[in-house]
Design a protein around this ligand. Sequence first.
Ligand code: BGC
Length: 764
Amino acid sequence: MKKFSNRSIVFVFLMVIATMTLQAQKAPQDMNRFIDNLMKKMTLEEKIGQLNLPVSGEITTGQAKSSDVAQKIRTGQVGGLFNLKGVEKIKDVQKLAVKESRLGIPLLFGMDVVHGYETVFPIPLGLACTWNMAAIQQSARIAATEASADGISWTFSPMVDISRDARWGRASEGSGEDPFLGGEIAKAMVKGYQGNSMANKNEIMACVKHFALYGAAEAGRDYNTVDMSRNRMYNEYLLPYKAAIEAGAGSVMVSFNEINGVPATANKWLLTELLRNQWGFNGFVVSDFTGISEMVNHGIGDLQTVSARALNAGTDMDMVSDGFIGTIKKSIQEGKVSEETVNTACRRILEAKYKLGLFDDPYKYCDVKRPAKEIYTPEHRAIARKIAAESFVLLKNEKNTLPLRKQGTIAVVGPLANTRSNMPGTWSVAARLDKSASLVEGLQEVLGKKANVVYAKGSNLMEDAAYEERATTFGRSLNRDNRTSKELLDEALKVSANADVIIAALGESSEMSGESSSRSNLDMPDVQRTLLKELLKTGKPVVLVLFTGRPVVLTWENEHVPAILNVWFGGSEAAYAISDVLFGDANPSGKLTMTFPQNVGQLPLYYSHKNTGRPLSEGHWFEKFRSNYLDVSNDPLYPFGYGLSYTTFKYSNVSLSSATMNSNGELTASVTVTNTGNREGSEVVQLYLRDLVGSITRPVKELKGFNKITLKAGESKEVSFKITPELLKFYNEDLQFVCEPGDFDVMIGGNSRDVETAHFTLNP
Ligand code: BGC
């Protein structure tokens, strides 16, 4: 009897497994069958309607039922909406689509959830400086949980554009200059947003953007022309997009720039040949905001022409241009677009809705009880605080000025010292700007009665009021002070007179980086520099807490200020995280992922440059007829990978398991890292490789591995990296992905400049 029941349990178990396997296998067919059936019922107009992503319009002001957009939803002319906030509102609009349109096809609700939702994490450039993939994935997971609780099914993130020109304001939205690191971060973000399958209620669809090469805009000017060789694209700029696709990103957003003379939005090579045929992407492609109609300005045709070109090239969804909805039918009638092309695009969008589970339950993301339980929770905020502290980069710390002691009088001075709205940083669309503590408030809360915090604004953001206005949009005003610069300065000096230490909270406002925020001068703005000089003249210890969304020029500051802590824009919990680091409750471990130049003239500047035929000889910064400048060395102010800690680390014994490697073999590179200071700290151990002779020129070094470790005072650890032929591969002149026999340098260190080197040979 017992035997029999055991057997039956096994039998039932096997049946369950078999059914599950069958279901899993059947799933794509189920989806195809479902969509085939649905599309049979759809009119051409309804199919084109799915390709339309209009602005939410009056719907955002709560007049959904009577608005123009509402009418379009009822008549099946809308596939999705974006940047509409609030689950009740979204539920209402979804009802409109499901109950009042002919076929009841649910809408996608998108949003720029770029670095958190209401719990805001550091801006992506800061997040990257943690070099902590688990933390980055967790930040995206929390963002997805909060956004999905509020009705959002689709985020316009991750932004993975490589940027090597700090003038470009959108550098803040990406991971910085490096393809390898960018790829790792892209994967972590996609996994964080989409979870395993997008099937769960707290999993949303990612949209990797801006495809492609957007970060290489000429002169760092936003929306500007890009011109790049295939060699550089394949070996550098394309890698993070590819990594995101391989991680399963459900959608792709096209960039505004042109590529090889054709705007990306209408670039068939990019969207069909590369993305779909070479990379196997099977999700859908959305244009960027008015990306289609902007091609009229690019000068390649009227709205009908550019819309047809976009669709024929592989752009499936039109964000805001009204180009598809307004002209595609006509283009079909005139034989410029085939109905098959519309069917293909429509199918891709319906598939995304199917994969998100919206056909099973259109209200999957509309549980009105979730927001109170899942958004801006103490748990999420505690994690955001920890991650923010990990993103800060200690740039200078002369005579251990930091950490500070929790005692005495602390003067906090500067235009960024007491602002709440400027803490979360650019592209924090869902943030409650009034909720984040300002730095002064955070310090007061953390210090309690232990120390006395005094405050003065000290200066406006800059002397030029009109510039300040341009730099403080979207509700992020710094409440410009009408007093003269002299009056503001005098007040600051008076307030600081009795202080033991001065914290100068200076730099950029949050909207000085982000979209349409390019700058040609990256120095500390005029009045802020004057304030800093005067504060230094007091002879008291001054700590520069630098707010910035990009690398800025700190040459003067580096020379004169004893301690500089770069806090980027740390998100909703930034003030507490800054306090944690300033007082040593957290030990800084952030490392730069974008080079800081000595001056703007050096830009674009990045560590993985080519050697040229006329490199400088060792130990020289200028030589006639060499590749250099008359007035400044080629060195950065702070190199890629750089960042200090309150402890120190020593690298020794860089060694390789073998001096040669076979083309099907591998070897191990090891280093011993020792914490030589007197407190625990974390260090990002970085591996760089150089291919010394190639069939095409190769960079002087490329990041190929990293490992973040934590060491107690005095502790040593051996860190190893596996080097495989795969890691040595690159795209050759014929764009074949190959590794070539020959000599390689292996460099290991705590930043891209200070490395220990070993060598090996790859055998033929
Ligand atoms: C930006 C995108 C963003 C979109 C929707 C555009 O202006 O370039 O990054 O996702 O707007 O808000």
